[in-house]
Design a protein around this ligand. Structure first.
Ligand SMILES: [Fe+2]
Length: 287
């Protein structure tokens, strides 16, 4: 199915999706990374430009329903208990309800609702089996899990790439689609490493010197600016190094409310450039 894209609508959709990241100090850049991994996998799978653009949009918006999950659970330090995990799992249902009356619903509904379905039928919310899950949802499921494994969480450091790839391999046919995992494993490590640990093209995440949470800098950040850690609300100096990008210099102090408000957390420049890169017409893969 071909879908005409109204760019201003698409932009509002991306802003909405970014609100989720603003709520969770540990997921900085997750949506961008999942979208990048999905495009790499989509390319290797043989999607054309319009199909890969539709996939990129779905990948960026997939966790929309997390706006309905309490921050105390989303950003919890330490492992979630069974009840909290059940609450998190409601996000795919919540997201599909939020999006169903949106004009671009056709484009993203399935990925939002089904990115946690698994070929073995043990996924959620509809417990679909492999042949019932569409390709885009399967791709986003793999890329979402790969990013979760290689990213730092409140209770653990991000995994090495090899370990995460071995887990995908071990789970193929069970948690992840067998054929798509096979294609993912053939993507060059360099292209994956280009995205792992980054929040944008060429912009690596930093680590908070006080609490080790990931810190996101934006393209507009300059040498000498103050960085904000959304996990501990610390402020620190940022030093731009031509070769290494940004480095955290001194931890300053905990931020005042008005200083924290300067850091809106929704990177509108990044969103604008993503919207610009999407062609006028995109195409959904129906299988
Ligand atoms: Fe999700």
């Amino acid at each position: 199915m071909k879908i005409e894209i109204e760019k201003s609508l698409l932009k509002s959709l991306f802003v909405l999706a970014s609100v989720v990241e603003a709520k969770d100090p540990y997921t900085g850049g997750h949506l961008w990374r999942v979208s990048q991994f999905a495009q790499l996998l989509g390319n290797s799978f043989g999607l054309n430009k319009e199909e890969n653009a539709a996939l990129a949009i779905g990948a960026f918006i997939h966790d929309l329903g997390k706006v309905g999950i309490p921050e105390s659970i989303l950003g919890k330090k330490g492992k979630l208990d069974d009840y909290e995990y059940d609450v998190i799992k409601t996000h795919s249902d919540i997201g599909s309800q939020i999006i169903q009356s949106h004009p671009l619903s056709n484009l993203v509904y399935d990925v939002i609702r089904h990115h946690h379905e698994t070929p073995n039928g043990l996924g959620y919310p509809d417990h679909l089996h492999s042949e019932q899950i569409k390709t885009f949802s399967k791709i986003v499921g793999i890329c979402d899990a790969f990013d979760a494994m290689t990213s730092t969480r409140p209770y653990r450091k991000g995994m090495e790439i090899e370990k995460a790839l071995n887990i995908l391999e071990a789970e193929k046919g069970k948690q992840f689609d067998e054929k798509l995992v096979g294609i993912f494993l053939n993507i060059s490590k360099d292209s994956l490493l280009h995205t792992i640990g980054h929040s944008e093209e060429g912009i690596p995440l930093l680590e908070c010197p006080a609490c080790e949470a990931p810190i996101q800098v934006q393209k507009i950040t300059k040498d000498g600016d103050l960085g904000v850690c959304r996990a501990c609300l610390g402020l620190f100096g940022l030093h731009a190094d031509d070769k290494k990008g940004f480095e955290v210099t001194t931890f300053q102090r905990f931020g005042k409310a008005e200083e924290l408000a300067q850091d809106s957390r929704v990177d509108t420049d990044m969103i604008s450039s993503m919207v610009q890169s999407i062609p006028k017409t995109v195409e959904l893969v129906e299988i």
